[in-house]
Design a protein around this ligand. Sequence first.
Ligand SMILES: [Zn+2]
Length: 167
Amino acid sequence: MAGAVVGERCVLGQGCFVAARVRIGSGCRIQNHVSLYEGLVLGSDVFVGPCAVFTNVSRPRVRFPRNRSQYEQTVVHDGATIGANCTIVCGHTIGEAAFVAAGAVVTRDVPSRALVAGAPARVIGWVCDCGATIAKGAEPPQGPTACPDCARSYRRASSGGMERADS
Ligand SMILES: [Zn+2]
């Protein structure tokens, strides 16, 4: 729709809808049947699995319509993965390289590189930028943690998530 911004090298599958003023970074892959509603901002290299749902109104009521300024913002940071059939309730932030498991219902912010699953989604582990699990549990590991599949290493970030320790 008018005013939407789609970055370079993005792939949008069959049946996708991009509403007005949505912003999509470069290199994103949006799978089939995903509607991206106003208020959504995707970073770069974000994966959105088939049939994932983003909302943009917390308390929809047909009898009490609202104007556009009441749409709530949802931000998905660079490198994040939104699994198939997830629901991302509006007003939350998905951190850098976070991984939302298929079917999860996100009702709060997701820290960077957190692995979340379930309804409501809970943090069950921590993932590398490559997608491998680097730690289990709701809290990020105390010390530096290396990925078992690649050379990248991570440490706790002040934001509550994990950040690269080698860049
Ligand atoms: Zn890795």
